[in-house]
Design a protein around this ligand. Structure first.
Ligand code: DGT
Ligand code: CA
Ligand code: CA
Ligand code: ZN
Length: 580
């Protein structure tokens, strides 16, 4: 069925180029219609090869379209499309691939601003040419700029915040397929890495062919890379590759362990097995009888294969959570207790409509309460964050009162009046101490001057950590994954100071940030400084992002004792009060 998709794309492309050239709408629409018909065709279009009569019998396909379809099925190309492509500037077709950029806009950019390629488009944005075009809004321009950024990073590893929901949707669908017994994700996704190269799914099924068919024809699949009885591989529309492996139920643990990796962890485990005269592979842990050939193919019964726990135990090793299976994790060391989403009892960084959030104070408090939290901190932006509608001193004073009113009115949750106060480039804070002292909680974060030198960044953040009224440093480096490097302070110095001053460093759970990153969390854990995991919620659904912060914490060996969000209300409030 990939032919249907490819051919449909050809007709869409014909329509788009015609539209860019300013052809009449009737002609454009006729091609779009054919594209849709082919895409929605229940059977394989290739079955019509050489049969024009049957093709034209399909409603909406005329003689001309039928000829072009037959030409494609015969030769793999449509000459009209090639001629059309040759008739416009080389780079113009690429513009049609920019997400959100339709043919009408491409035509305008070409005719009115001489934009004929991605490069000239980028220049036209940078030098203000686009801005000066009539009927070209700032919002549209910023969307185009975002798309260009996205295309530049495409092909790079995808953020876990994008990959995990995609994988979960796909898994839910595959789980519905008759015969499916188990579906799980493995690989870097299961280890909770911040970016994902590809998604590795494992399945146990009574009907491998049915599952393979369902997987390769899922609506989000853009290209089928491989389709077999034990392994299928597809590329999704977002550019993400997904591998699906069908494995035996009795060796599920061995498969899960192998495909979870990391590769380095697997190597270490295999060496461990060899030392014990055993062999470990994706089918199980086997006794080594010294013969050649794989043990499973010679009918040798595994020592362990059903579950990961069985295998670790048979190897006389502690069972390791997936987040602690990187190269840096020694296989013999006992994994410490780790934070879990269910251990999180407080959200200490959240925004309301007073700055750039969408919830009222009450809505935020109700949402936090419904999530089972004992404490929610209202931390809107400070005055320098003009783009985020940061609060002036007067607005903040009124806001504190409003928060305390909600706190008095609501039962079952403490609502704290706080601020996410900007750490200015020189380390000073955006409000006076007198005002900060009125707040129940202060989160201090860097938002601007994120390209300053490492030395300046270290001094800036150290000043905030040592400030006697600051409880938490929000997203300490300000990095955005795949987009912005952020500050590169001397982390060892920061965690040491944080430990001394009893200031918490935040893991911002937003999957675009994950800041602190996993390696920084490790330093913090070793230094013994308090660590916060906050979602930085702006919308109710942002509370769902908590799991990404927790994964990052786990990868950094963070346990509930060191994570202030996991503390009881009593302990947390006493800790906050110490800086008041
Ligand atoms: P990714 O996809 O780049 O984000 O990272 P992974 O870890 O998901 O890597 P991937 O998809 O290439 O392979 C999934 C797991 O399969 C990997 O973590 C360990 C296992 N694996 C793959 N290739 C090898 C190999 O050559 N040797 C060993 N021992 N394990 C491998
Ligand atoms: Ca992978
Ligand atoms: Ca893979
Ligand atoms: Zn924030």
């Amino acid at each position: 069925m990939t032919v249907n998709r490819d051919l449909s794309a050809c007709f869409d492309r014909i329509a788009s180029i015609l539209e860019v050239q300013g052809a009449n709408a009737f002609k454009v629409n006729a091609n779009r219609r054919v594209a849709r018909i082919i895409k929605d065709l229940p059977g394989d279009i290739a079955a019509f090869a050489g049969n024009k009569k049957e093709l034209t019998a399909i409603d909406g396909i005329g003689s001309g379209s039928a000829d072009r379809i037959l030409e494609y099925l015969d030769s793999g190309t449509i000459s009209e499309l090639e001629e059309l492509t040759a008739g416009i500037p080389d780079g113009l077709v690429d513009l049609l691939d920019v997400p959100g950029l339709g043919p009408k806009t491409v035509r305008r950019l070409w005719q009115e601003a001489d934009v004929t390629s991605i490069d000239t488009l980028r220049r036209a944005i940078d030098d203000g040419t686009l801005e000066s075009m009539p009927r070209m809004g700032a919002k549209t321009i910023s969307n185009i700029a975002d798309s260009l950024d996205f295309m530049e990073t495409a092909g790079e590893r995808l953020g876990i915040g994008i990959a995990l929901p995609i994988a979960e949707d796909l898994m839910a669908r595959l789980y519905e397929v008759t015969g499916t017994r188990r579906i799980a994700y493995a690989g870097s996704l299961r280890r909770g890495r911040e970016t994902i190269g590809d998604v590795d799914l494992l399945a146990v099924t009574d009907d491998p062919d049915g599952l393979a068919e369902a997987f390769t024809t899922a609506p989000e699949v853009a290209k089928v890379l491989a389709k077999g009885g034990t392994k299928c591989s597809v590329r999704l529309e977002r550019g993400l590759q997904v591998d699906l492996r069908m494995i035996a139920e009795e060796a599920f643990g061995a498969g899960l362990m192998y495909f979870t990796g990391s590769k380095e962890h697997n190597v270490a485990l295999r060496e461990r097995a060899i030392k014990a005269s055993q062999r470990l592979n994706e089918y199980g842990l086997f006794p080594d009888d010294g013969e050649s050939g794989t043990p499973q193919s010679r009918g040798i019964k595994p020592v362990a294969a059903q579950t990961e726990e069985d295998i670790y135990t048979a190897l006389k090793l502690p069972v390791r959570p997936p987040e602690l299976r990187e190269q840096r994790d020694d296989v013999e060391s006992e994994p410490p207790p780790l934070v879990e989403v269910s251990s999180m009892r407080a959200e200490l960084h959240a925004h309301t409509e007073a700055s750039d959030g969408v919830m009222t104070i009450r809505e935020l408090a109700d949402e936090a309460k419904s999530r089972g939290f004992h404490t929610i901190a209202v931390t809107d932006h400070s005055r320098s964050s003009v783009q985020a509608n940061g609060l002036s001193e007067d607005r903040l004073r009124a806001h504190i009162d409003a928060v305390h009113e909600v706190d008095a009115a609501i039962k079952g949750i403490r609502v704290l009046a706080g601020s996410e106060v900007d750490i200015l480039s020189d380390g000073r804070l955006d409000y006076d101490d007198e005002l900060l002292a009125m707040l129940d909680i202060v989160v201090a974060s860097p938002h601007v001057a994120l390209r300053q030198s490492s030395d300046k960044a270290t001094a800036r953040l150290l000043a905030a950590i040592r400030h006697p009224l600051v409880h938490i440093i929000g997203h300490p480096t300000g990095r955005i994954i795949n987009r912005r490097e952020g500050l590169s302070p001397d982390m060892a110095a920061l965690v040491e100071a944080a430990s001394e001053c009893d200031t918490a460093l935040e893991i911002n759970a937003n999957p675009l940030r994950l800041d602190l990153r996993d390696t920084h969390v490790r330093l913090a854990v070793e230094a013994g400084c308090p660590v916060a995991i906050n979602t930085d919620a702006h919308r109710p659904e942002d509370f769902d992002l908590l799991r990404y912060g927790v994964l990052t914490g786990r990868r950094g060996r963070l346990g509930p004792k060191q994570c202030i969000n996991a503390w009881t209300a009593k302990r947390l409030h006493a800790w906050l009060a110490r800086k008041r």
